[in-house]
Design a protein around this ligand. Sequence first.
Ligand code: 5GP
Ligand code: ZN
Length: 134
Amino acid sequence: MIPFAVQKLFFYFWKKLMMKIRGCLFCQIAAHEKPAKILYEDEACVVFQDIHPRAPVHLLVIPRRHIASLNEDLGKDEALLGHLLAVAGRMAREQGIDGTGYRTVINTNAEAGQTVFHLHVHVLGGRILRWPPG
Ligand code: 5GP
Ligand code: ZN
């Protein structure tokens, strides 16, 4: 039996290799080249439903421009990062999960479970979310 941590690392490098071969999935969604249930878009960001929802509401808020993760130097992108969070909050209100509560998550790199290397904010809600996350 392969340990979970090794499986995760393998998956991480596999996803990175796939992105090199096939290009960035979320760039393709933002450009409407790949299908997704898009709920909102503007000049800076796109919001769509996660294909494997982990909660009754599970949205992804992404910048239109390719940014791999928070590990990039984002000094010039503070307004964009703020915009992503403002849109996440607005989407949560629209989805009716603001009162009960919701979680915004940004996974960065292997040990956090990042599998798509285009920055995205998860918006999860509609059920009780345990803490700390696994
Ligand atoms: P991460 O694990 O990188 O934080 O989150 C990536 C998310 O993207 C996952 O929750 C996964 O379900 C979602 N995802 C992966 N591929 C697709 C896709 O083709 N379409 C959509 N809508 N979501 C995807
Ligand atoms: Zn991208």
